[in-house]
Design a protein around this ligand. Structure first.
Ligand SMILES: [Zn+2]
Length: 320
């Protein structure tokens, strides 16, 4: 029987459900929908110094994952300005993601839906690329791609309106990593055994029990990024990711301390899906959910390392 691994680029209003983002969204009720549609503070983009991803690891050393390409995806996203749900900028980003995925030969599905948010009903879109595999079950790779509107400070627990920010690391970095993973994975897979057809018939809602692993990336591009074991994640999956990173020599990024994050893996965990959130230390990076989350914070090397660890982890999962 054929099967597939699955890459999900998802977004929802409660996206970036990092500590308190749900409450944060509620607190953003003062924001008008009209304002929500006018987010671009392009001056922030224009004033950013030109970046070169010259610190990227060569792709021969990262399993074929090209950190420079991932960096270019981050730069492209930043060029759209802030990208909250419902904005014109996010519509441009959605077009970009879909056309990139299609250009890699990925089978792309876009699931449009609406969600009631504190600023009104917004149209949203989950973008899904399905990649045939050789064994039963699914591996889901996920990230959100919007920039947040408001948040709760994890240290104080207080909800604050979100300053306008271009979100180079949150969520540009993880989206860039997912796009580059898609390029790598879609290119390597031959389309055969009817698995594409099978994949198309399986929906995330009805076939959730088939998901063997849910790998989430969030805030994965910082120059000084450090990844801590996210406490609510599946312990075996954490061990797999961390041992893979150690094997590849990335122990200075993948540390053994723990952190805690409410994030997109939660809804899968609740349904019994083994999930892991690979998330940078947003609490201490100094720019999370601020206007300082700009392209100058992003390292092509970090992106390459994240991508390499994901690729290797996927290999390990497929070998099981
Ligand atoms: Zn995020």
């Amino acid at each position: 029987m054929s099967a597939f691994s699955k890459m999900v680029l998802r977004m929802a209003v409660v996206l970036c459900i990092l500590p308190g983002a749900l409450a944060g969204c509620k607190a953003s009720g003062k924001e008008s929908p009209a304002a929500a549609g006018q987010p671009p503070f392009m001056s922030a983009v224009a004033s950013a110094p030109p970046q070169t991803p010259d610190d990227a690891l060569p792709s021969e050393k990262t399993g074929g994952f090209d950190g420079k390409r991932a960096f270019a995806h981050v730069a492209k996203q930043v060029s759209f300005g802030p990208r909250p749900s419902g904005s014109e900028a996010i519509a441009k980003l959605q077009d970009y993601i879909q056309s990139e995925l299609s250009s890699y030969g990925c089978k792309v599905e876009a699931d449009d839906f609406h969600a009631d948010t504190p600023i009104g009903r917004l149209s949203m879109k989950n973008i899904v690329a399905k990649i045939p595999g050789e064994k039963p079950g699914m591996i889901v790779l996920a990230t959100h791609y919007d920039t947040a509107r408001s948040a709760r400070d994890p240290r104080t627990g207080k909800v604050h309106p979100m300053p306008t920010f271009v979100g180079a690391d949150d969520a540009g970095s993880s989206t860039g990593v997912m796009l580059e993973l898609a390029r790598s994975l879609c290119a390597k897979r031959e389309r055969r055994y009817g698995s594409r057809e099978m994949a198309a018939r399986l929906s995330t809602s009805g076939d959730i029990k088939r998901i063997r692993a849910f790998l989430l990336a969030d805030i994965v591009g910082g120059r000084n990024a450090q990844f801590l074991r996210e406490a609510s994640s599946n312990p075996a999956l954490i061990d797999l990711v961390w041992s893979t990173a150690a094997k590849l020599g990335y122990t200075t990024l993948f540390l053994n301390g723990t952190t805690s994050a409410e994030d997109d893996h939660d809804s899968f965990m609740k349904r019994g899906v083994p999930a892991v959130d690979v998330i940078g230390d947003f609490v201490n990076n100094g720019y999370w959910h601020t206007p300082q989350d700009a392209l100058d914070k992003i390292s092509a090397k970090t992106l390459a390392i994240t991508g390499h660890v994901f690729l290797e982890t996927i290999k390990q999962l497929q070998a099981k």
